[in-house]
Design a protein around this ligand. Structure first.
Ligand SMILES: *[C@@H]1O[C@H](CO)[C@@H](O)[C@H](O)[C@H]1NC(C)=O
Ligand SMILES: *[C@@H]1O[C@H](CO)[C@@H](O)[C@H](O)[C@H]1NC(C)=O
Ligand SMILES: *[C@@H]1O[C@H](CO)[C@@H](O)[C@H](O)[C@H]1NC(C)=O
Ligand SMILES: CC(=O)N[C@H]1CO[C@H](CO)[C@@H](O)[C@@H]1O
Length: 402
């Protein structure tokens, strides 16, 4: 009797244990599967429902006029070299950002459409999404998703703004930019070199997730090749790699350089794009390099962060930043390697070589600083064509036909 009862109790216990472990196993499996799926989804967003036809992307001009209050100054949210940007609200309540390209673009309507359709296909959570375009007479307009928070420079270089950029947020922003750039370089069907990556081209959404803007502009905003200044460099001083500034050569590695500068800016909270003007021009990179060499890398960190940061993450980011701004183009990592280095601590990092600031000021830029800061956009057609083609580490396109 007693032993029977005991046996029954044991088997009941075993039974419960089995049921519980099966339940746990099933739960674990479904969680794993869900993770795998959402990851997969993230990698191949919208591959299934291809929205490539021109009609679905073309907005009626009257809709754009209505959304932006006829491009009223009140709706204006930015002004770049490519034209003004307006905030708009569609009749269904959706917020949009409307970029009205300046008229100096002589690109034909068909070509503009084709390029816009191609760029609209680039979809990644860390890229500002192009929703469509509008053509009306001379007007060429691009319509983007509206990203609620301001651009990164606004927060980073403003004492009040940088308060809301704690270390986890900054780290998330760094990783997000790296992923977005990797997608442009490697994962999208078009291989795009951004050419003007900088803090003001990083927009932040409501979750403070970064979204890269202004990519693909070399394709969309094509200027007549017969215009005088086809050798002007597109980009912003301070972020442009030396080989790009001096010789007009660009490759994915010039984007990597800009990423390195941006990364160091995010860590230090210091802007420095005054490479040619100020006496202290080489400030950011030499400051970073000097402190790194002296084993005081943590001094780079924005003092506003005080003690609230992960030492390992900060050190690794600084290390990666220095690898990206190395003078030797071949030694700079690809974005694929950068993303890998950020996500896995088992990847050992090389010792960085000096960055590209040395001897920088001895040479003259080929055009006055101001022109380039205004994001001059002239580039020739064949150049932007070759962007789409065989870009890899070694392909370097000569911009300067002189
Ligand atoms: C654009 O809107 C106007 C006015 O509402 C309309 O007459 C025209 O047919 C529309 N064009 C297209 C292409 O939908
Ligand atoms: C929009 O503004 C332009 C000039 O600023 C004007 O010519 C045009 O009539 C306006 N359109 C509408 C629909 O108000
Ligand atoms: C940015 O987003 C955060 C989080 O949603 C929010 O608290 C903050 O007010 C936003 N900042 C701006 C400038 O919109
Ligand atoms: C815009 C900006 O922050 N520029 C800085 C560049 O570096 C010098 C060096 O000390 C700083 O004084 C500037 O403020």
């Amino acid at each position: 009797m007693q032993s029977f009862g005991k046996g029954k109790r044991i088997s009941a216990g075993t039974f419960v244990a089995i049921v519980v472990s099966i339940a746990i196993a099933v739960l674990l499996l479904s969680v794993l599967r869900w993770c795998w799926r959402s990851r997969k989804k993230e990698e191949t967003i919208n591959d299934g429902n291809d929205i490539t036809n021109v009609e679905s992307l073309q907005f009626n001009f009257s809709i754009v006029i209505a959304a932006t209050n006829n491009f009223s100054d009140d709706n204006k949210i930015g002004q770049g070299g490519f034209g003004c940007v307006y905030k708009g609200i569609l009749s269904n309540g959706q917020e949009i950002a409307v970029k009205r390209l300046s008229r100096s673009s002589r690109q034909g309507a068909e070509e503009f459409k084709n390029e816009a359709v191609l760029v609209a296909k680039l979809q990644h959570r860390n890229l500002v999404r192009l929703l469509g375009f509008c053509l009306e007479g001379e007007e060429k307009i691009l319509i983007y998703e509206f990203v609620p928070n301001k651009s990164l420079d606004y927060l980073l270089f403003d004492p009040d703004g940088s308060e809301c950029l704690d270390w986890p947020t900054r780290y998330k922003i760094i990783v997000g930019i790296a992923r977005g750039l990797l997608y442009l370089h490697e994962d999208s069907q078009l291989r795009i070199i951004h050419r003007d990556l900088k803090a003001s081209n990083i927009l932040l959404d409501g979750n403070m997730d970064p979204k890269i803007s202004d990519f693909g502009m070399a394709r969309i905003f094509c200027v007549d090749q017969n215009q005088a200044n086809t050798n002007r460099v597109v980009g912003t001083f301070g972020y442009m790699s030396p080989e790009y500034v001096m010789r007009g050569q660009f490759s994915v590695k010039s984007d990597v350089y800009s990423f390195g500068v941006l990364l160091l800016e995010i860590i230090t909270g210091k802007k420095n794009n005054s490479f040619y003007r100020a006496e202290s021009a080489e400030y950011l990179l030499s400051f970073a390099w000097r402190n790194w060499k002296e084993g005081k890398a943590l001094e780079l960190l924005d003092p506003i962060l005080r003690e609230f940061y992960s030492r390992d993450e900060v050190m690794r980011c600084i290390h990666i930043g220095l690898l990206c701004v190395q003078d030797n183009v071949a030694r700079r990592p690809t974005m694929e390697t950068v993303v890998l280095m950020l996500s896995s601590y088992s990847v050992t990092l090389e010792v960085p070589q000096p960055p590209a600031f040395l001897g920088y000021r001895k040479m003259e830029p080929k055009k006055p600083t101001r022109e380039i800061e205004e994001q001059s956009t002239e580039s020739d057609r064949s150049t932007s064509r070759s962007l789409a083609g065989s870009i890899n580490d070694v392909t370097i396109t000569e911009l300067d036909p002189r």
